[in-house]
Structures are given as structure tokens and as C-alpha cells.
Design a protein around this ligand. Sequence first.
Ligand code: MD6
Ligand code: FE
Length: 216
Amino acid sequence: MTSWDLFGDHDPGQRTRLGPQAWVLRGFALPWIDELLPALNRIEAAAPFRHMRTPGGFMMSAALSSCGPLGWTSDRRGYRYSPIDPESGLVWPAMPASFLRLALEAAAAAGFEDFIPDACLINRYLPGARMSLHQDKNERDFHAPIVSVSLGMSATFLFGGHARSDKAARVPLHHGDIAVWGGVDRLRYHGVLPLGETPHPRLGRRRINLTFRKAG
Ligand code: MD6
Ligand code: FE
């Protein structure tokens, strides 16, 4: 347990501090929604959501797609980034300009200048889907932050420490919130509790999470 858990500033409509270099920017993506959703639909048509299998053989409950120069894939051989979508044999859909600009602005607002993501993973959570505690460590360098945009149904984000067993803070993430973590917080364990049932007025019974990284 760090002091941030005890007296982080929880200021709705503003930002929640999760660590020395980790923030939730409340509602940061809301002004962008009308650009993001049509772009998301185009990506989904070109690279449909699919459930990937972990190297351990388990099916992931969140369904995945990607856009940008690199996409994330997982199979029995392990996790990795690839320029090719293994389902289609084609390159991943291009990263929409609105996605890139939003990621840059969110990173800068959290203190990370010059963030140039080359991968955007897109996860779709339906009720009951979850993400167990993990570190994002398939990227080549850990200098760049992770920028994570929440759309649709609300979820409870778990933000832990540098060991899997460290107690994780429970952070509600709502439509339009952006979590950014980097620097000394870049390798902290994180996850998402099983999604509830309350539909979102605009996106229905799903939560979409965009995570931007510099992977290559
Ligand atoms: C979230 N997602 O959905 C957090 N990490 O709010 C992740 O941490 C994540 O969705 C790696 C791959 C996909 C993800
Ligand atoms: Fe992650």
C-alpha cells in the first residue's frame, strides 16, 4: 500500500492520482466521442473482435482487435506484437488520426511529452468479461507510457504494485475516462474486475478499452 492509495485526489471531472506518474483523467475523451465511435466501427469491420488464447491455453474473456502499425496477438507460442492480423493475413487497420491525437493529448496532460504510439489494442468486454492482474511488458522499451481509454459501460480497474501480491487499488473507470501510467509506475500490475450488467446509454452492453503503446 502506498501513500497514494491513502490520500490520492479524487476529484470527479478532474483527475485521480494513482501513483507518482499514474493518473486517471476523468472524462478526457468525452469531447472526442463523435469522432472515436465511427472510427471504431470501421476498425471493427476490417479486423473483427476475436477471443485469443493465452500461452497457457485459456481463452481470454475480453475480445481483442488492434489498429496501427503493430497489433497484439496471443497464441500457444506466446504473446507478441505483429504488423499482420493473423485472422486476415493483412496489415492491421491504420490508426485513425483522432485516436492518435487523443492519445498524444492525454499523455501530455499526464506529463508524458512526445508520446508516439505505434499500437492501439482494442478490447471489448461484455458482461462478466474481466482482465486478470498483469503487467504490460511485451513492449520493447518501457520509457513510453500506456494510455488507456474507457468507452461504454463502467468497470472497476485494479491498479496494484510491482509484485502480483501487492494490494491493488480499486478505481472506477467510466465512459470517457483515460488512465495513463508510465515512468516509475509503468510496470505496475493492473486488471479489470468482471464487467457488470448495467448497459451504457450509447454503447449498450459492452465496454471498449483502447490501449495505446509504443510497442516497437
Ligand atoms: C482496461 N486493460 O481494460 C485495462 N492490458 O481498462 C488492460 O490493462 C489491457 O485491455 C493489456 C492488453 C489489453 C488490455
Ligand atoms: Fe494491461
